[in-house]
Design a protein around this ligand. Sequence first.
Ligand code: GLC
Length: 456
Amino acid sequence: MVYDTKTVAQAWSLLDEATVRYQGANVGTIAALATGTDAANYDQIFTRDFFVSGLAFLLAGKYEIVKNFLRVTSDLQQTENSKNCFQAPRGVMPASFKVIKKNNKESLVADFGEKAIGRVTPVDSSLWWLLLMRMYIKASGDKAIAAEDKTCSSIKRILDHYLIGHFELIPTLLVPDGAFMIDRRMGMYGHPLDIEVLFDAALRSSREILGIDASEDDKKYIERIDDRIGHLTDHIRADYWIDPIRLNSIYRYETEQFGDKIANKYNIYVSSIPSWVYQWVPENSGYFLGNIGPGRMDFRFLTVGNLLAVLTSLAEKSQQEKILRLLEVNWEVLVGSMPIKLCYPALEGKAWHLLTGADGKNTSWSYHNGGNWPTLLWLLIAAAMKMNNKAMAIKAIETAAKRLSADDWPEYYDGQFGNLIGKEARKKQVWTAAGFIVAHSILKNPDKIKLLTFDD
Ligand code: GLC
């Protein structure tokens, strides 16, 4: 491989320097070290960012910090029904938190979106927390934590909230804009793939954890999970899927149909299919749509949802292969100079103006809107290795290694081919370094992939 161990060591020292202590123990890592004058909230421990650091620690056998993080966030979780609409609902985990020191006393202050830019709700935090808990138990063998009251109560609070009925008759979650890694307005409201795949994986994680020495009450929750998960998996596998055959049948859809056995359930009009899609899905390839709703198929490719679906086997075997093939064929536009775009293609012109609210940070081919995020290297390499495509994994890590250390570990890259350091990218971004460590560790020990995967 073209990178040497110095790059890995450098990534580790970044993680170590970013580690935060609370009451004498390591509890997490801040988002970025080089925050400059405008730190915003990059000096906080983000739940979604720590998931990647946590994974790096687990793969290195450093279990304690992950356990402490899981416990501290459990304590911060909303435990009561909200007193008013300005409080996050019971069960939700914070987007981020910070250790405050005053008069020699330490305390934790969390943000559930009430202070965040754009006042965005973290729908994903509780779900990443569940995945990390499962991985922690698998890696460390600490099954005792699964039986602890604290753990079971946290899981059940999440399930109570995420499994309640809402205004729709579908198994996916209804999600507002800015609710996950893309935490700004980007037209993701509705049923974004990234959250739905994460939701599916989180349900499976809860099932596994509650299944360890299950009490009668745990079994009731497992039943509720089982009741939802089959429908959720089927719905995503069938309705979100696009390959040349499905595209052709959508292209020939009849509209304005009524009844429960019709093909065009969401009343999709053919003229809403963007022209780039026709060249985007060649023979033997396919992917899951970014979003589905009444009169709406969002054809944007969301990387986290698609790759996570490969890893968790939410995608069927043949779908997993087709997603990998899509990556291979569209490598230049999805990866180019830096793995990998968060979302493709970028919103441009009028669509950008309307859907992002003319967001100056999310201009076309920048940041969330078509920018490349090196933290996602872990996911790309894990998916490639799961599919026994070592050549793809090596190509990805070598591409990343050419730039990351020299560029001082940027948060994201810009440009259609990801060759520019992001306009407003933070340097020394911790999940960039953590993503690299995880990727390197999986490549070195492919067996470790089992920590991340679920049975087919
Ligand atoms: C930005 C990203 C978000 C991330 C945070 C901290 O807000 O959009 O996904 O969690 O920075 O790195």
